[in-house]
Design a protein around this ligand. Structure first.
Ligand code: GLU
Length: 576
């Protein structure tokens, strides 16, 4: 691992030469044009997607190329040591498919894996250990995506990422800040410290960081496919790294890992058809339930503060249900049909006082709305669990109209903190998305996938693509996606304004999370009139990426205009 400072670089991808942005060049968070489009939080990742599209790859090929590059430039949010959820629109078939490649609990897991002497273990101690590491799903997910819906090989789509990992990329302030925040965690693991720390301190912004070990891991995938990850020396290295740090994973856990193709969650909202991620992500169901509740109001006729009050209350109610009922569908019979039922939403809506914020919402009873005459067992409602705010979301479309909306993660910033020695990638801590104790639907079990909040979404109007949206941010993912849709559809904002507006995240807690600068604003004061109140620790929420399919046939890619160091939106052919 070496750090060199270089001003700019040129990346050679087979016959294509593309110049990565100079450090001083402004990223473009909004771009409109024709052909394919991409929005990610990383300039090299967006460039990788465009390079693949220019080579004739489709949106799936380009999405994997961008994701692999994000694994290099944003390694604390995502990578091959983690997992994710991909929603794909196949234009020719007019069909939406999803690929669940969520990390899975090793066979050693039991509901008491996070208990010691009957008490829950310390959360942060579990995070920074092999115990939090789930069997990674990313590589199997990419394999399924490319094999079924792509047109290129691993070798072709990994080429841009291999180049960035070998030649290096510029460490920005955000990257440096994330390492600083994780110095103590990273210092515990020698391979991690060697990669990201210098004398125990974060590598400075402005340095060029190379990751030849990760380039080697990607080359192994390029040559051997998913098998090179789930068996052989790389698998052995992962198992050893987990087990040397209090975990218990076997080669069989890796060899047995499968991605799942699942039916998307389909819902409707004011003339839009929305397709989102089903369980084990709670994202699609929670967003749909909250929108179903909101649909009963004429939001456009209301002053903004009144409408936003209703947005917060609808989110609170949806979260009460999400926390009580949702978990891995292969283990728990969650009442999804009831939760998505419009009449059920009407029942939930009755609990909202348009003039007054409620304190804490109880879970509702969706079972009578299940169209199921049996008397099912009711699970014990569980509590709100600690969840971080990390991950990455990217979205790509191609000239043929295919669309990918993809959120993927290693859970906390820097995941478990364990870099796999010799392979340069961080292992996830996704298992801490389970409840640490039960009874609750989302307790840990062997082979189970922890409940997620990831909400990659694609929306259609009159059978045609309208927009795609998604974000990182733990459980705030759901509110960021929900609020962006609400801003766009109900408040009539443009997509860039909808993305850049201050985010308010109500997840049925005692107070609503807000971002720095919000408290004291006119908007905050207007909402306080209905009794809404705010967390005293404002933090940036999410990092959304969206595409809008315009009526004139152009596409607008939209990334963050100010959060997370500004995102990168690119189109194949610019419209101006
Ligand atoms: N682990 C989270 C989830 O699956 C995502 C991580 C994050 O964004 O903080 O919902």
């Amino acid at each position: 691992m070496s750090i060199l400072v270089r001003p700019a670089r040129t990346v050679l991808i087979s016959s294509i030469v593309l110049t990565l942005a100079l450090p001083a060049a402004a990223k473009t968070p909004v771009a409109t044009g024709t052909g394919g489009a991409v929005a990610t939080i990383s300039e090299p990742a967006s460039q990788a997607a465009i390079a693949i599209l220019n080579k004739g790859g489709n949106a799936v090929d380009a999405a994997v190329a961008a994701a692999a590059t994000l694994g290099v430039t944003d390694p604390f949010s995502c990578g091959i040591g983690g997992g994710g959820f991909m929603v794909i629109y196949l234009a020719k078939d007019k069909r939406v498919v999803t690929i669940d490649h969520r990390e899975t609990a090793p066979a050693s897991f039991t509901p008491s894996v996070f208990l010691k002497d009957g008490k829950e273990m310390d959360f942060d101690t579990v995070v920074a250990s092999g115990r939090s590491v789930g069997v990674p799903g990313t590589v199997r997910g990419w394999h399924e995506a490319l094999d079924r819906y792509g047109s290129m090989s691993f070798k072709q789509v990994l080429a841009p990422a291999i180049d960035v990992a070998s030649k290096g990329f510029k460490v920005n302030d955000n990257f440096n800040h994330l390492v600083q925040e994780n110095e103590a965690k990273f210092a515990q693991f020698p391979a991690t410290a060697a990669l990201y720390l210098r004398n125990g301190k974060a590598i400075p912004a402005g340095s060029t960081l190379r990751n030849p070990d990760l380039a080697k891991a990607y080359r192994a995938l390029a040559a051997g496919g998913a098998k090179a990850f789930y068996s052989g020396p790389m698998a052995r290295a992962m198992v050893d790294a987990v087990n040397a740090n209090s975990g218990s994973m076997t080669l069989a856990d890796l060899a047995n890992y499968e991605a799942r193709l699942r039916q998307p969650v389909h819902s409707t909202y004011r003339g839009y058809d929305l397709y989102g991620m089903p369980l084990p992500s709670s994202g699609g169901v929670a967003v749909a339930e909250a929108l179903n509740i909101l649909e009963g109001y004429d939001l456009k006729s209301l002053p903004r503060a009144k409408a936003e009050h209703l947005y917060l209350e609808a989110s609170r109610l949806a979260f009460a249900d999400r926390n009580a009922y949702l978990a891995d569908p292969e283990f728990v019979d969650a009442p999804v049909a009831g939760l998505l039922n419009k009449d059920y939403a009407a029942r939930r809506r009755e609990l909202i006082n348009p003039e007054q914020a409620s304190a804490h919402a109880p879970a509702g009873d969706p079972y009578p709305f299940q169209n199921d005459v049996s008397v099912p067992l009711r699970p014990n409602a569980n509590k709100l669990i600690a969840e971080g705010a990390h991950t990455t979301h990217l979205t790509v479309s191609d000239k043929d109209g295919n669309i990918v909306s993809y959120t993927y993660t290693i859970e906390s910033w820097g995941g478990s903190g364990i870099v796999v020695p010799g392979y340069g990638f961080l292992l996830n801590n996704e298992m801490t998305d389970f409840d640490f104790s039960g009874p609750a639907p989302n307790v840990p079990e062997a082979g189970k996938r922890p409940r997620s909040s990831m909400s990659p979404t694609i929306a259609f109007k009159n059978g045609k693509p309208a927009f795609s949206i998604g974000s990182p941010g733990g459980a705030t993912i759901i509110t960021t996606v929900l609020q962006t849709i609400f801003n766009y559809v109900d408040l009539g904002m443009s997509m860039p304004d909808a993305v850049n507006a201050p985010r308010l995240s109500e997840r049925n807690g005692m107070e609503t999370d807000v971002e720095p600068g919000f408290i004291g604003s006119t908007q905050a004061q207007a909402l306080e009139k209905t009794g809404q109140h705010w967390s005293k620790k404002p933090e940036e929420i999410g990092a959304a990426n969206a595409l809008v399919f315009n009526p004139d046939g152009t596409v607008t890619a939209v990334s963050e205009g100010h959060r997370h160091g500004v995102g990168s939106a690119l189109v194949q052919k610019s419209a101006h």
